[in-house]
Design a protein around this ligand. Structure first.
Ligand code: 3PG
Length: 209
């Protein structure tokens, strides 16, 4: 099993994908991978999510495909059965952390406060999604948390864009950012996967510290 931090280091941006039609999964995976984004988070907030994981892995074998919006241990097991290679959750619970460990799956839970981080550390975790990043204070808030907590591996997500991503990626704790801006619903509806590849290439070229 790859450690979550190794997955976070692969690309500067993890696209957060909301897939309404499973038919879109394969061309989307190819478009993102062609643009240089090799770590894909398929949110399980649509019925197509679970099936999209396998479709994306088949279409882009060089991509690492994980599940996001994993809100319960039960859903984590479903994601594992569907072939998810890592798990993202909007928050942290003990049952999610235990289920991820039981399934040997790299786990990236959301944290928003120092208390959340302490709980994560107590559970043996060191990599977190800082969520929802822009709403909870953005770069200054994360910078402040880097004071007491050195050595964390962070993926800010929520309100991150091509424009503000560089200021997050410049922070010492940040390995990558997550965001949905690479796959706008309008481009998917128009089946404009070439445009998705262009957005992915811009994101993949973002510098990291
Ligand atoms: C989410 O879980 O929806 C992600 O945080 C994506 O946020 P964004 O749409 O603001 O990029």
């Amino acid at each position: 099993m790859r450690a979550i931090v190794d997955i976070m280091r692969l690309c500067p941006v993890i696209p957060v994908l909301v897939i309404d039609r499973v038919e879109d999964a394969a061309p989307l995976a190819r478009a993102l991978s062609d643009g240089g984004l090799k770590v894909l988070e398929v949110t399980l907030r649509t019925p197509a999510g679970l099936a999209a994981i396998a479709a994306m892995k088949a279409a882009a074998p060089d991509a690492v495909v994980g599940a996001g919006t994993v809100n319960s241990a039960d859903l984590l097991h479903q994601a594992a059965d569907a072939g998810a290679e890592f798990i993202v959750a909007p928050g942290l619970t003990e049952s999610l952390a235990k289920a991820a460990k039981a399934r040997s799956l790299p786990f990236l839970p959301g944290v928003a406060t120092a208390g959340d981080i302490l709980r994560g550390l107590e559970l043996g975790l060191g990599a977190f999604k800082f969520f929802p990043a822009e709403t909870i204070g953005g770069v200054p808030a994360l910078k402040a948390l880097e004071g007491p907590f050195s050595g964390l591996d962070i993926c800010p997500t929520g309100g991150v864009t091509l424009a503000n991503a560089p200021s997050y990626l410049a922070l010492p704790s940040v390995r990558c950012v997550g965001g949905s801006w690479i796959t706008p619903k309008s481009l998917i509806a128009a089946q404009d996967f070439a445009a998705v590849t262009r957005l992915a290439a811009e994101a993949a070229a973002l510098p990291r510290s």
